[in-house]
Ligand binder design. Structure first.
Ligand code: GTQ
Ligand code: FE2
Length: 362
């Protein structure tokens, strides 16, 4: 694409504009939309219905073998505001992956980091650098940057889960690398518990003495089990005595986020209660695990049920109102913004007005 040539009525200035364009230079005084007062966000608030994603995944399972199209049977959630880019928000890839019984998705690794969150189902193992991690309902499983990973489903039943990757961030930094696994042979080992959990999943404040060296830049614990998350959410809500509470998934040894580019959190909202409304810089993807209710994002209100995936674009206020007790998993690029000194947050206070909830769309 050629450098845009600006024009002016003054012939000398117009001549300068010609020279500028010829030398691939542009005058700032003719450019606009660069330094906006606030983020100008192309992504829009959006909800992908879990029920539809499951149906589409199953149909793809009937029609598309897993070895075609990048070794993965994955359907990417595309935010309609992003001009066709396969991203849920401008900084996060979100998708559902469908693996039928007895299928394998062969090993590879890439610099974009991934996480998997399971809304319903079990029986697939993902091997991360050779460590077999079982995936089950409510679990969060990590695939940090540049770790080899492969998935296999030894049972008869298909399984679907959500993947979130920091791919748009890594791509914007021109730092995407990809490599196939070293072996043609799929590693189909299973284990009730991963080594990662044996070493680092011992429980609150319990870390091993003389453990293997910690991996740089990310949590050594690769699976966060629903039983633990559920117990912690219940205790937190009971203790706080509020209608809603949220937990952050962390590195059990060094503290901080699970991976350098993605923050993971889960909120529980009691029946009839709402979270406050807040916004922050950076994108967020939500996934409803349990319950029904409404989620407001910007000027939209979505009725939600388990399996729904929602996009919260940067600097867009959002809040949850629970009809039944609701658990909402969420991931954001907050660690990136924080480490660069770019995080802004704003609490807008009041829970959702009933008038807003009445206009919810399904
Ligand atoms: O499971 O390895 O959704 O490599 C996108 C790219 C999943 C995966 C995605 C991937 C994977
Ligand atoms: Fe991958």
């Amino acid at each position: 694409m050629a450098t845009r040539r600006f024009s002016a009525t003054d012939p000398e200035l117009d001549e300068l504009y010609g020279h500028l364009a010829a030398r691939s230079v542009q005058p700032l005084w003719e450019l606009s939309g660069l330094l906006t007062r606030e983020p100008r966000v192309a992504g829009v608030p959006f909800r992908w219905a879990g029920r539809e994603l499951r149906e589409l995944g199953a149909r793809a399972g009937d029609l598309v073998p897993v070895d075609r199209g990048g070794d993965r049977r994955v359907l990417a959630c595309c935010n309609p505001g992003l001009g066709g880019a396969p991203y849920a928000v401008s900084t996060l890839w979100a998708a559902v992956q469908y693996l039928r019984g007895h299928e394998v998705a062969p090993a590879h690794r890439h610099t974009p980091a991934a996480l998997r969150f399971i809304v319903e189902g079990e029986g697939v193992w993902t091997l991360v650098d050779g460590d077999p991690l079982h995936m089950g309902t409510g679990d969060l499983v990590l695939t940090p940057s540049w770790t080899f990973h492969e998935h296999h489903n030894p049972g008869d039943r298909p399984m679907i889960w959500m993947d979130v990757l920091d791919l748009p961030v890594v791509a914007a930094l021109d730092a995407v690398f990809f490599e196939e696994g070293p072996s043609e042979q799929a590693d189909t080992r299973t284990a009730p518990r991963s080594d990662s959990e044996g070493w680092f999943g011992g429980g609150p404040g319990l870390t091993p003495v003389g453990a293997p060296a910690l991996p740089a830049h990310r949590s050594p614990l690769l699976a966060y089990r629903w039983a633990d998350t559920d117990r912690a959410l219940s205790a937190l809500l009971d203790t706080a005595g509020t209608g809603s509470a949220a937990l952050r998934y962390g590195d059990p040894v060094r503290g901080g986020d699970v991976m350098p580019t993605m923050r993971c959190e889960i909120a529980r909202v009691r029946a009839g209660a709402s979270t406050g409304t807040a916004r922050q810089t950076g994108g967020r993807v939500l996934c409803v695990l349990h319950g029904t209710g409404e989620i407001a994002i910007g000027d939209q209100v979505f009725t939600v049920e388990p399996g729904d995936i929602l996009a919260v674009p940067s600097w867009t206020p959002w809040a949850v109102h629970a009809t039944e007790e609701t658990d909402v998993f969420s991931t954001s690029d907050a660690p990136v913004l924080e480490s660069l000194g770019l995080m802004r947050t704003e609490t807008l206070g009041a829970p959702l007005p009933t008038a807003v909830l009445a206009g919810a769309q399904r």
